[in-house]
Write a protein that binds this ligand. Sequence first.
Ligand code: RIB
Ligand code: CA
Length: 313
Amino acid sequence: MAPRKIIIDTDPGQDDAVAILLALASPDEIDVLGITAVAGNVPLALTAKNARIVCELAGKPETLVFAGCDRPLGRDLVTAEHVHGKTGLNGPVLPDPTMPLQDQHGVDFIIDTVRAHDPGSVTLCPLGPLTNIAMAFEKAPDIMERVQEIVLMGGAYFEVGNITPAAEFNIYVDPQAAGIVFKSGVPIVVMPLDVTHKALVTRPRNDAFRAIGNEVGTAVAEMTDFFERFDKEKYGSEGAPLHDPCVTAYLIQPELFTGRHINVEIETHSELTMGMTVADWWRVTDRPPNAMFMGDIDADGFFALLTERLARL
Ligand code: RIB
Ligand code: CA
């Protein structure tokens, strides 16, 4: 089967970095047409730099990396240095990138790429706030019916919020953008905290990254060692939750995940619940299903896949 053509939209972020590494390590299954950076975990200048650092760590400096939007559609930017560190990639010491940032704006790259490929042949993989995706849909509504699928990390239901009591970070940072995306009619697969909080880098799993014995394995171990502090302190969890790599793993082995095709709407009015993903898990409304909302993961299978692929870089 031909590899799946994707655009990764991202705010690296240690977990974004692992998601990108997994994608670049899997050319038989995934063809990364480009990576668009968005403001999120850290400001845009850093996410655009970090995306290139990760591509060079993967040994793929030919990857096309673009800068997208530097702030949410209608709200001030909220960042997460308290989780990811000042650079957004704290943990390993990695060299500054030498590969170029593309001149084209990331939103225009998304639009032009979807228009240039056959309808239904390009998948969008947002790993951060949905600003770039929403801007592309607003600027070029014709592309919505051409997108094959959106596979995103964001939201929460049973797991509730990680930035407010009600909301997960990616959705909370740009709830207006999320509202546009979830109303777009494009098929959506959601990897919420309900799933990603079950993908924890326990000590044996971190040891397995180090045991790979290449630069990538050591860097990923160091990233997750840094990144786990917040979740260990907040949730008492056994390690860092690998949120964003769940998106890439789904593209390679969808059978690792189970969920329900349900209605998901975004709170965009009340400040109390701003950015909440209101998931009709029990189908108590007649609101039409618009998203495959994942609820469970084969965590051992996920880490086996991840470790095996990182060893290829
Ligand atoms: O809430 C987790 C999400 O927010 C992840 O994508 C992480 O990288 C941050 O962007
Ligand atoms: Ca992210």
